[in-house]
Design a protein around this ligand. Structure first.
Ligand SMILES: *Cc1c(COP(=O)(O)O)cnc(C)c1O
Length: 540
């Protein structure tokens, strides 16, 4: 399998290079050049596989230049014996009612779904890097672990420096993934006053010899703009390359992040077959809380690979650019950015939509380039009728307001004693609207993207406020969540609901702070240099 750009500027790129580059040289996104298709016989065979074997089976079809041994190494590190997930099944599916099941994607090291991909991407990169360094030595049976040999000649010695600006979840998941990855350093910038207390602690206590975290004096946009400026600065990039560093990013447009996400849609489907909720071949709907359109795009790829999918239900919060697009064909980012209780979905530019439009328009690279140019220049674009109806034949979309999201958290707690985080609640609220509007009772899997304990303030508010309304509860029984710290709330929520706090979120307030550096937004380059050269720097 080789890859090409959605804008026509690159073709025949192998998986390794697509993963190391992240974005195509023409600014487009890498997509597979050929269809991957599993027929019903093969699906029946895949249905019996455990997660790791299933992942390897699917990866083999996409990672064309990886040997079986290399793929084995990647899946083992991400989901096998070396795995950081808290159970053997990294994506357990729980049946809530006759037609509705929930797939929990938050059993990894940072308690959010980004771990599903970011536990695999670093392994892909290490293998790819090793191939690039010693192309002649790569064959089945070589040590695929990408370990440094120490005596390699300098000319092969390009390392990868991952730079990421984060509003909270991605940076932490990337660091956990890249921690101690051979030949890769990672630097994360977060807005000094723009993350939750839990998220700040998660980042500042991060361990690993190849990692640096620095707070930026400014908001998320300042941090993001700073990182983009560094990527766009040719002379800085060249200077880094001379010192042996290729800059790269771990954000969700990298195909190496999409590929691991395809696997769990198959896994959810097969879980329903194995539990006899459906028979093989029955269509299933998926509901996906959507931000950058990565997660739901992976569901679309699974559908194209032959998974029996009914509808893909795209759920947005009040920043509903994508949902509005699916309903009208008009993508319009010229609107107010709203800060919500589902912050990982607060986004106005959904980059991965480019891949869907390219595919549905029959791989029309000219049209895709034009639309993306419109987006850059005008902040908006319009697709043709046939493209829109192509999208709407599979996708259905709507949004959930803040109040609806909170009400959904309490409803699911009251009705099922099942605790959901605000992102998952957005999905469940939109699913409700879907059923009311269409009457479609096809078996459905709702994707749960974060542990409720990662967003415990809004979850506690929703759960405790519904307790307030309950008969027999006196106001004195109900805590005043406003005046309680996030760490106290965490234990309170766990005691009240009887749900266990995920291990990675426990004891965070007692861990030593390893990264207390703060820099000005125009000094980020200096921080990068100081870190990569391991010079004395303000960040320590
Ligand atoms: C990133 C994220 C999302 C959105 O996923 P996309 O792939 O960007 O659409 C939803 N929920 C949580 C908790 C996330 O971290």
């Amino acid at each position: 399998m080789t890859y090409k750009s959605t804008r026509g500027g690159a073709k025949g790129v192998c998986f390794s290079e697509a993963v190391l580059k992240g974005i195509a040289p023409d600014g487009g996104l890498f997509v597979p050049e050929h269809d991957v298709r599993f027929d019903s016989l093969e699906l029946a065979e895949m249905c019996g596989m455990d997660y790791k074997t299933l992942a390897a089976h699917i990866f083999k079809r996409y990672a064309g230049d990886f040997t079986d041994a290399e793929i084995e190494y990647c899946v083992d590190r991400a989901y096998g014996s070396g795995s950081r997930f808290d159970a053997e099944d990294p994506a357990p599916v729980r049946k809530l009612s006759r037609n509705l099941s929930i797939m929990e994607l938050w059993h990894g090291p940072t308690a959010a779904f980004k771990d599903m991909a970011l536990q695999a991407l670093p392994a892909f990169m290490s293998v790819a890097l090793k191939k690039r360094r010693r192309p002649e030595a790569v064959s089945a049976g070589t040590d695929a672990q990408g370990a440094e040999d120490g005596n390699q000649s300098r000319s092969y010695d390009t390392k990868i420096a991952i730079l990421t600006a984060t509003s909270g979840d991605t940076g932490k998941a990337a660091m956990e993934g890249f921690k101690d990855a051979p030949g890769i350093d990672i630097m994360v910038f977060f807005p000094e006053n723009g993350v939750s207390e839990m998220q700040r602690r998660q980042m500042q206590t991060q361990e690993g010899g190849n990692i640096r975290v620095v707070a930026v004096r400014g908001n998320f946009d300042d941090a993001q703009t700073g990182v983009k400026r560094i990527f766009g600065d040719d002379s800085f990039r060249d200077a880094m390359l001379r010192e042996g560093w290729q800059l790269s990013s771990a954000n969700s447009i990298n195909f190496g992040r999409l590929l691991p996400q395809i696997v769990y849609y198959f896994h959810a489907y097969f879980s329903l077959v194995r539990s006899e909720s459906i028979t093989l071949g029955t269509p299933v709907n998926f509901v996906v809380p959507t931000g950058n359109f990565g997660d739901i795009l992976a569901a679309y790829y699974a559908y194209k690979n032959g998974l029996p999918v009914g509808r893909l239900i795209c759920a947005a919060n009040s920043n509903s650019v994508v949902a509005d697009f699916i309903n009208t064909g008009f993508y319009n980012a010229n609107r107010e950015f709203k800060v919500t209780i589902s912050p990982a979905m607060d986004i106005l530019i959904s980059s991965n939509l480019e891949r869907l439009i390219y595919d549905v328009s029959g791989e029309d690279e000219k049209n895709t380039s034009k639309l993306m140019m419109d987006l850059r220049v005008n902040g908006s674009y319009n697709v043709d009728r046939p493209v829109l109806s192509g999208i709407r034949s599979l996708f259905w979309a709507d949004k959930a307001s803040e109040d609806e999201t909170k009400a959904t958290i309490s409803d699911f707690w009251n009705q099922y004693r099942y605790l959901v985080d605000p992102h998952t609640a957005v999905g469940l609220n939109v699913y409700d609207k879907y059923v009311i509007s269409t009457g479609d009772l096809t078996p459905t899997v709702a994707v749960s993207t974060a542990s409720p304990f990662k967003f415990n303030r809004s979850v506690a508010e929703a759960v405790f406020s519904s307790a307030k309304g309950a008969a027999g509860a006196s106001a004195a029984d109900v805590p005043d969540t406003d005046n309680i710290s996030e760490f106290t709330l965490l234990s309170l929520l766990s005691e009240t609901t009887g749900c266990a706090i995920p291990a990675p979120l426990q004891g965070l307030n007692k861990k030593p702070l390893l990264h207390t550096g703060v820099c000005d937004k125009d000094k980020m380059e200096d921080e990068v240099l100081a870190f990569l050269r391991r010079e004395d720097q303000s960040a320590k």
